[in-house]
Design a protein around this ligand. Structure first.
Ligand code: FRU
Length: 445
């Protein structure tokens, strides 16, 4: 039987388990998205870097394996990292993971490539600085003030999440500069840090606190999540000075370990691992029967607006649109048969009681009394589960529905909800109370 869950515009492996996006870069005109990959099985026991490439960020081609765990210092896993171009070469920074008599060791390593096809590992290893445990991983490199900088996700000896900083003048020899950032909200370890600037006033630090106590009532089940801090990188003090408290990047079920890069259009683009599945959800995920697990989110453009991070769908995705239907009815059942589609719902009047169902009621979106709620049916329990967020006013919903992945952008990127969702029962869409002068645009893909 054909695989009903195979996504058409989300990156996913043909076989094995994919997790974090790694080494995102546009190199010699081609977009490179490396990723964590167990190419053998749908579990986390083996990790290498796999690679997808694209000319337009929409059509992706799998290039198979890129970096394998084949040396002593990375024999138990090529863990996450980032990419830089210098003098026509691509440099990849990753964590080498090794275990000896059950004891974990990690180091940061470098590989380079001239053609984007062959990746040559360098001998050099960057060791974990004193005061931190071997949970030291996921290097992200950038250039500023004529120097190269690297941040690494860390755990202090006192088991608090932190980010360490290194500096280099040649991209090869790195020197430890101290702790870049730490906070108890990073819980016991900080994974996949990233730092970039979107405006004069805002530097952003992305962090993934691993295992934490929840800060929002609606998220009691969440233990690790991707968040961002707004502040300033102080290159004198060599620290990230935070100005605002930690906020979540995405409010859906599945979004973790994001990474950003800048392309030649000067866009800051983010993509993430589209999973926060628990162990059982992974084991029973419907794609496992077809030998693969997980996908990445669509790449999105980041903007700084109204003192917060906005995420916008890339304009390139408009190339996927086929037929378009417009609706203005206040309530309507759309007898849709397409598995993949995009919807833009614009509200003109102040909305107080809008609701809709998608994928023949497997998913719902509602907005009532300032609360936006998005739901799916959990494939392990068979129960409906929802994410709820207070939203002051609702002006637009922009929905991308792939075979088993949905991304919902609220108010032109003010909030985004990402989730895996598995449908077998149909694709009908029904909405209620669009309000005066509201409009619905429906595109088949
Ligand atoms: C985040 C993470 C990273 C690590 C990688 C291993 O999901 O745990 O910290 O490098 O995955 O696959």
């Amino acid at each position: 039987m054909a695989n009903q869950h195979k996504n058409s515009f989300h990156i996913e492996p043909a076989k094995g388990l994919l997790n974090d996006p790694n080494g995102l870069i546009q190199f010699k005109g081609t977009y490179y998205f490396f990723h964590q990959w167990n190419r053998f099985e749908t579990n986390h026991e083996y990790k290498e870097w796999g690679l997808f490439t694209s000319k337009d960020l929409v059509q992706w081609e799998s290039q198979g394996s890129a970096i394998l765990p084949d040396t002593e210092s990375d024999k138990n896993g090529i863990y996450s990292g980032s990419a830089i171009e210098k003098d026509g070469k691509m440099y990849l920074f990753y964590t080498g993971n090794s275990k000896n008599q059950g004891k974990r060791a990690s180091c940061q390593k470098i590989a380079y490539s001239e053609d984007g096809k062959t990746f040559i590992k360098m001998e050099k290893v960057i060791k974990t600085p004193a005061g931190y445990t071997e949970h030291h991983r996921d290097p992200k490199v950038w250039q500023k003030n004529g120097k190269w900088w690297m941040i690494v996700g860390a755990q202090s000896a006192a088991n608090v999440g932190a980010v360490t900083l290194f500096e280099s003048s040649d991209l090869i020899n790195w020197h430890y500069q101290g702790e870049f950032y730490s906070n108890e909200l990073l819980d016991q370890m900080c994974e996949c840090p990233d730092v970039f600037s979107l405006s004069e006033e805002a530097d952003i630090l992305l962090v993934c606190p691993q295992k934490r106590t929840p800060i929002e009532e609606s998220d009691l089940s969440l233990s690790s999540y991707a968040g961002y801090l707004v502040g300033k990188v102080d290159y004198q003090q060599k620290k990230f000075i935070e100005k605002e408290a930690l906020r979540k990047i995405d409010y859906g079920f599945d979004f973790y370990a994001p990474q950003t890069f800048e392309d030649d259009k000067k866009r800051r683009i983010i993509t993430a691992w589209m999973s926060r599945m628990g162990d059982k959800e992974e084991v029973y995920c419907p794609t496992v029967a077809d030998g693969y697990l997980h996908c990445l989110t669509m790449p999105r453009e980041l903007k700084w607006k109204n003192d917060r991070l906005y995420q916008l769908p890339l304009e390139e995705y408009q190339a996927l649109r086929k037929d378009q239907c417009n609706y203005r009815e206040d309530s309507l059942l759309i007898k849709n048969q397409n598995d993949t589609y995009e919807m833009i719902i614009e509200f003109q009047a102040a909305i107080t009681d809008f609701s809709m169902t998608l994928n023949s009621e497997r998913n719902s979106i509602s907005y009532r009394e300032g609360r936006l709620e998005i739901s799916r049916i959990n494939w392990v329990s068979g129960e409906r589960e929802a994410k709820v967020l207070p939203v002051d006013s609702l002006s637009k919903l922009h929905i991308f529905n792939d075979n088993s992945a949905m991304e919902v952008f609220i108010n032109d990127g003010e909030y985004v909800f990402s989730m895996r969702t598995f449908s077998t029962s149909g694709r009908d869409v029904y909405y209620q109370n669009l309000g005066h002068n509201g409009s619905v645009m429906f595109y088949n893909y």
